[in-house]
Design a protein around this ligand. Structure first.
Ligand SMILES: Cc1ncc(COP(=O)(O)O)c(C=O)c1O
Length: 397
């Protein structure tokens, strides 16, 4: 499938230039249609009953889990359905049993969703060690190794920073963590669906990722990849219907993962849609998506760097899908509003839910940055219009 085919499936793109994939992505027509099909033809709860509609809905939901598992090279029982990346991370933070004196290693380039849940554990006596990135927002694996000690229970890092797009050396960090007795959680919110991810190769115990960003699935879908070994360590917190094998008058017996983590009625339509989204990405081909995204990121970086009074964050060799920048004397929110008003260009502005990373990049006093982020549906022409519009605005200031 070519970019033009994908654009035909996303009518929204005829009316504007959408450069905010890092927030969420528009949903292609076949994904919406598969959800409609559920609502119109077999709307029923899953795993609750034996009539035909329930059997069909349950089959389709579990088929979606298989497709997603396959797509990232894992097993269906390792894929837990959540509502977003944030919930996936919180399941880990609240589900592990922590001891006073344990420590967690995390970087200063994280989204708040991969910081706040760990900071919250300080009240249990858990120490949070912050690794500082270099001037391009990249983590040095040696720093991770130096910070680790016998009390380190968990190391967690974002694969791609959502604030500036820097790609972290997750493979090298994985080797370091593997040699020690700690767990490894990757926040892959900005990489799954953008970069061809093989979870078995990544060798993380846990990977949190959204359905609604790179995977082109609907909002309200998130995933936690949790290895079989690790799921035994993790206490499910959202207990109730669907999570048990047996309940007596005064006790219960948990069922196995992933069901024990998925209490209550699921976002059935959303995950069926996500299964179709994964089919859709496979029809395009991940290697094609990667090639296209690398090219478009490079062009975008260059277009912005060509502006005399612009500052672009991160190094062009090591960013993926996201370009974060400022133009002198223009507040990032004002610039984003202008881009929208002048050419219907949608970009994010501000701190991107990653205040420490913005502070680290020196953009705190400026009110954050403007962030443009792409997917396979974005074209070179769109990026050129974006560049020209920025040039015009910058000349007025
Ligand atoms: C790196 C990173 N982690 C976590 C999140 C939170 O994702 P969600 O909105 O799916 O909870 C985001 C969202 O932008 C992100 O970019």
């Amino acid at each position: 499938m070519k970019t033009t085919d994908v654009r035909r499936d996303i009518p929204l793109l005829d009316e504007l230039i959408y450069l905010d994939a890092a927030s969420t992505t528009p949903t292609p027509r076949p994904v919406v249609e598969s959800m409609n099909d559920y609502f119109y033809s077999y709307n029923a709860n899953t795993g609750r009953g034996s009539y035909g509609l329930v059997v069909k809905a349950t089959h389709e939901l579990e088929l979606a889990r298989k497709k997603i598992a396959n797509f990232v090279n894992s097993y269906p029982e390792e894929i837990i359905f959540t509502k977003n990346t944030t919930e996936s991370i919180n399941i880990v933070a609240h589900g592990l049993s922590w001891n006073r004196g344990d420590n967690i290693i995390v970087s200063n380039m994280e989204h708040h969703s991969n910081l706040v849940p760990w900071f919250n554990l300080k009240k249990l006596g858990v120490e949070v060690k912050i690794i500082k990135a270099d001037e391009n927002g990249v983590i040095d694996p040696d720093e991770v190794e130096k910070a680790m000690d016998e009390h380190t229970r968990l190391v967690t890092i974002s694969h791609v920073s959502n604030s500036i797009g820097s790609v972290q050396p997750v493979d090298e960090i994985s080797k370091i963590v593997e040699d020690k007795d700690a767990f490894y959680l990757i926040d892959a919110a900005q990489s799954v669906g953008h970069i061809d991810i093989n979870l078995k190769k990544l060798k993380a115990d846990l990977v949190a990722f959204p359905g609604h960003k790179g995977l082109l699935g609907p909002v309200g879908t998130g995933l936690l990849y949790c290895t079989r070994d690790f799921s035994a360590e993790l206490e499910p917190l959202n207990l109730g219907g669907g999570t048990v094998e047996n309940v007596t008058e005064n006790n219960f017996e948990l069922t196995e993962a992933p069901a024990c983590f998925e209490g209550g009625t699921q976002n059935i339509a959303g995950f069926i849609g996500l299964g179709s989204a994964v089919d859709y990405l496979e029809r395009i081909g991940m290697s094609k998506i990667e090639r296209h995204s690398k090219k478009i990121t490079r062009i975008m970086y260059q277009e912005i760097q060509n502006i005399e009074n612009a500052q672009v964050y991160g190094s062009p060799e090591n960013i993926y899908g996201i370009v974060s920048f400022n133009i002198d004397n223009i507040n990032p929110h004002d610039l984003a509003k202008l881009l929208d008003a002048v050419k219907s260009i949608c970009v994010r502005s501000g701190f991107h839910c990653a205040m420490p990373s913005i502070r680290h990049m020196g953009a705190n006093q400026l009110g954050g940055t403007v962030r443009a982020s792409i997917h396979y549906y974005n074209t070179r022409e769109e990026i050129e219009i974006f560049g020209e519009t920025l040039q015009e605005i910058s000349k007025l200031h």
